[in-house]
Design a protein around this ligand. Structure first.
Ligand SMILES: Cc1cc2nc3c(=O)[nH]c(=O)nc-3n(C[C@H](O)[C@H](O)[C@H](O)COP(=O)(O)OP(=O)(O)OC[C@H]3O[C@@H](n4cnc5c(N)ncnc54)[C@H](O)[C@@H]3O)c2cc1C
Length: 448
């Protein structure tokens, strides 16, 4: 069927809106569907690692970070009790702290200014299939009229975020909740190191903080476990595990934020990408792959995926050859897995490390030493070093460093030193298995 569109994008969030903004000026005809195009106040996607900023730059979209008080971030600061250390990002690279809602509205406006993009207000319902089980579009409920309508396109991109409706059709993923983040905005907060992402390790669970505008910092407080923290439990957690560990200089802003209320709570998922490749559709963003947000790696992965997918799609003369497009989608899934493995492994491995007392102390001391190891580690966190060997080397160097440090203090620490090595191995093994083994399933006739 000849379609009015080349691509139908389900979800005009960070992934969907950005790929539309990138592809539309290249003449690709796009239907961009979302049930809500209004600005939302969210606690997600507010720290862009340098890898994400670099991707925007390479796509010619760096200008989207201008004009809404986004803040440059020069590196990371770790705080454990009275001890503090900073690690700068590699030379010439910066991250950005920002309000996600404002940023997303800029990306959407940039996409929608193109004549080749049609904005559709509606909730996507079901993927449409032809008699060969190929996907040929989507049905949706139009927001204004509640009518059920359809869009046809040779390619449908499902980028409908972490509660995606389409995983059942296009993937075998298992999503797990690792913990929750409790988000608060701190006004005029005096953080230990301005222009830095902070990781506070003093308490039993980590919390992170970074600038989102010239007068505001975001604090994200970890609440471990799979259960949504109820109000009373949340307050008890803050009282016992967070408030006593807030640095003196931040206390005022923190207490004002607590009094004002307005907590936002979000689940932190881990979900390795396990796509099922079907003709006519591809997954992008959190719908496909998620990692713990402790390292702020989500958008680095999303923008990198957009670059990889777009490069493959733009290498086709047009969207009419479904076999060729199928090959391109396979290539995208293969290339993106390797490109994102470090971000995915690091995010969840670091969360495991921060939740383990011995490893937590080891990582602090390891990075405090500075030098080549700290530089290599921050380049991985920044999304600039995608070499898998580097990541595995750094992770085990950290564990050996921690074990050696314990033994150096006292040879009676041998059981602890052994434990640190065992724990490190237990943390990294399933992640490496998930992220470094080929997982794409090719299926031309897959049916639910
Ligand atoms: C607590 C938390 C903090 C985070 N912090 C960071 C950070 O600091 N830095 C970072 O890089 N990453 C961070 N992330 C991850 C990052 O926010 C995500 O990876 C990113 O937002 C994913 O973009 P997306 O487009 O896939 O999903 P979204 O941005 O969620 O977009 C999905 C879109 O789909 C639309 N939609 C959903 N269902 C339908 C439907 N049926 N029909 C039509 N439209 C639909 C929604 O309205 C939405 O607009 C964080 C994640 C969490 C949970």
């Amino acid at each position: 069927m000849k379609s009015e569109f080349d691509i139908c994008i389900i979800g005009a969030g960070m992934a969907g809106a950005t790929i539309a903004a990138y592809l539309a000026p290249k003449g690709i005809r796009i239907a961009l569907i979302d049930h809500c195009f209004k600005e939302k106040k969210r606690i997600v996607g507010e720290l862009l690692q340098p890898g994400a900023v670099l991707s925007l730059e390479q796509m010619g979209l760096r200008h989207l970070l201008d004009g809404f008080d986004a803040q440059p971030v020069d590196g990371y600061a770790l705080v454990q009790g009275d001890e503090k250390t900073t690690i700068p990002y590699p030379h010439h690279y910066t991250g950005m702290g920002l309000h996600n809602g404002l940023f997303l509205q800029k990306i959407r406006a940039c996409a929608l200014q193109n004549e080749s993009v049609k904005q559709i207000h509606g909730k996507a319902l079901h993927l449409l299939e032809n008699e060969r089980n190929e996907i040929i579009g989507v049905s949706y409920r139009e927001s204004q009229t509640s009518e059920i309508k359809t869009i046809h396109a040779p390619l449908t991109i499902t980028s409908d975020g972490f509660f995606s409706n389409f995983r059942g059709d296009l993937s075998n993923n298992k999503k797990t909740v690792t913990s929750y983040f409790i988000g608060l905005i701190l006004k005029d907060c005096d953080v230990p190191f301005p222009k830095h992402g902070h990781v506070f390790l003093s308490g039993p669970t980590p919390f992170i903080c970074y600038p989102v505008s010239s007068h505001e910092s975001r604090i994200l407080i970890d609440f471990p476990g799979e259960q949504l923290p109820r109000k009373q439990l949340l307050q008890a957690h803050l009282d016992a595990n967070v408030t006593p560990y807030i640095p003196e200089s931040m206390r005022n802003s923190y207490e004002q934020a607590i009094q004002a209320g307005g907590f936002k709570v979000m689940p932190n998922h881990y979900m390795a990408a396990k796509p099922i490749i079907r003709k006519g559709a591809v997954m992008l963003g959190d719908a496909l792959n998620m990692r713990h947000p402790l390292t702020g790696g989500g958008l680095t992965a999303v923008f990198s995926d957009i670059q990889i997918l777009s490069a493959h799609l733009l290498a086709m003369p047009d969207f009419s050859n479904t076999d060729l497009m199928h090959q391109k989608i396979e290539a995208y899934y293969r290339d993106r897995q390797s490109a994102n493995a470090n971000l995915n492994i690091l995010a969840n491995a670091l969360y495991g490390v921060m939740s383990n007392d011995l490893l937590k102390t080891a990582v602090f001391k390891y990075l405090q030493c500075g030098g080549a190891n700290a530089q290599e580690s921050i380049a991985i966190l920044a999304g600039l070093n995608r070499n898998h060997y580097s990541l595995i080397k750094q992770f085990f160097s950290l564990a050996v460093f921690g074990a050696y440090d314990l033994m150096r203090q006292n040879s009676a620490n041998l059981p602890k030193a052994t434990k640190i090595l065992r724990d490190a191995f237990t943390i990294i093994k399933p992640l490496a298995k998930n992220e470094l083994t080929v997982s794409a399933v090719v299926s031309g006739c897959f049916k639910r």
